[in-house]
Design a protein around this ligand. Structure first.
Ligand code: SAM
Ligand code: DTB
Ligand code: SF4
Length: 331
């Protein structure tokens, strides 16, 4: 069953049945679908930068940046353009193909959006793909970003509609869906996924994936985050998720959205190399790359390069960078 028929009519029971397959059967199916659609040894790499940090009006129970969570995080205003460009240049030199800029906003004001537009244009001029995550957008704002040449917008559903109210109360699941529709209608690539390990059930994980794959078009990019437990957040003491359940969720995402990039996102610093290799086997083909996520650590870039080499995996951008580096050292 490797034929990639893109379905948008999955039932919850069908998705739960995939979760319940024996682990090896599930991974075999997911890897078969993966290699029918992608080079199984290539990984896409995005780097992240927090361009506006902390003091956020939302009450997301997992987040270090909510003003409601006493996490001791120091708030920072919107970064100057030059600093953003400098960070993007470093990320590009290290081999990232996409630069994702995140802001701790419920939604951007039109004035702030214009400053971000300048950042998108400048990063695009470096020859990188651009991604933003700024919170909710109106249709007019999404259109403005499209006109500026934005490639991707990240807006996660985070969890199932049923579990959503346990994690966030200051906005609704439907608010998230509306912003996703605005991004899609503007013609910007959609990046949307969620977080595992927040105390949700398997049915919630299946339900979140169902929401994603039953959208009118599958998101081009699907980040699956393992909760990073941050002291001072309500979810700091959330029960540990079985790592195999995380791998299963990646595999089911791959089966439901065969042509989407599935990103093994936050939480990799806590994972061993073997766990990450299992996630790649399950169909993950994208990572966040560079020492920092938004406010927490990510594995060191050279550790990731070593891991990819040990697995015989690569990234197109990295190959180009290595060719350039080889040319410099020969000249
Ligand atoms: N404020 C915007 C928003 O909420 O859409 C953009 C930034 S927000 C930090 C982006 C995403 O990061 C969240 O939707 C969530 O899925 C993820 N995230 C935030 N904190 C996390 C944590 N502690 N562990 C895992 N993922 C997290
Ligand atoms: C996504 O799904 N994960 C990234 C990105 N999209 C914006 C953010 C992860 C944040 C992890 C916690 C932190 O560093 O604050
Ligand atoms: Fe704000 Fe985004 Fe963090 Fe929620 S996840 S508190 S919206 S920065």
């Amino acid at each position: 069953m490797t034929e990639s028929i893109l379905r948008h009519d999955w039932s919850l029971d069908e998705i739960e049945a995939l979760f319940e397959l024996p682990f090896n059967d599930l991974l075999f199916q997911a890897q078969s679908v993966h290699r029918a659609n992608f080079d199984p040894n290539q990984v896409q790499m995005s780097s992240l930068l927090s361009i506006k940090t902390g003091a956020c009006a939302e009450d997301c129970g997992y987040c270090s940046q909510s003003a409601k969570n006493a996490t001791g995080l120091e708030a920072e205003k919107l970064m100057p353009l030059e600093d953003v460009v400098a960070a993007a240049e470093v990320a590009k030199a290290k081999g990232a193909s996409r630069f994702c800029m995140g802001a701790a906003w419920r939604n951007p004001t039109d004035k702030n959006l214009e400053r971000v537009v300048d950042m998108v244009e400048a990063v695009h001029d470096l020859g990188m793909e651009t991604c933003l995550t700024l919170g909710m957008l109106t249709q007019a704002q999404a259109n403005r970003l499209r006109d500026a040449g934005l490639d991707y917008y990240n807006h996660n559903l985070d969890t199932s509609p049923e579990f959503y109210g346990n994690v966030i109360t200051t906005r609704t699941f439907d608010d998230r869906l509306h912003t996703l529709a605005h991004i899609r209608d503007a013609g910007i690539n959609v990046c949307s996924g969620g977080i595992l390990g927040m105390g949700e059930s398997r049915r919630d994980r299946a339900s979140m994936l169902r929401e994603l794959c039953n959208l009118p078009r599958h998101p081009e990019s699907v980040p699956i985050n393992m909760l990073v437990k941050i002291e001072g957040t309500p979810l700091y003491n959330a029960e540990e998720l079985d790592p195999f359940e995380f791998v299963r969720t990646i595999a089911v995402a791959r089966l439901l959205m065969p042509r989407s990039y599935v990103r093994l996102s936050a939480g990799r610093t806590e994972m061993g190399d073997e766990m990450q290799a299992l996630c790649f086997l399950a169909g993950a083909n994208s990572i966040f790359y560079g020492e920092r996520l938004l406010t927490t650590d990510n594995p060191e870039a050279d550790r990731d390069i070593r891991l990819l080499r040990r697995l015989g995996m690569s990234t197109e951008q990295l190959q180009e960078t290595e060719v350039k580096a080889a040319k410099v050292s020969c000249s």
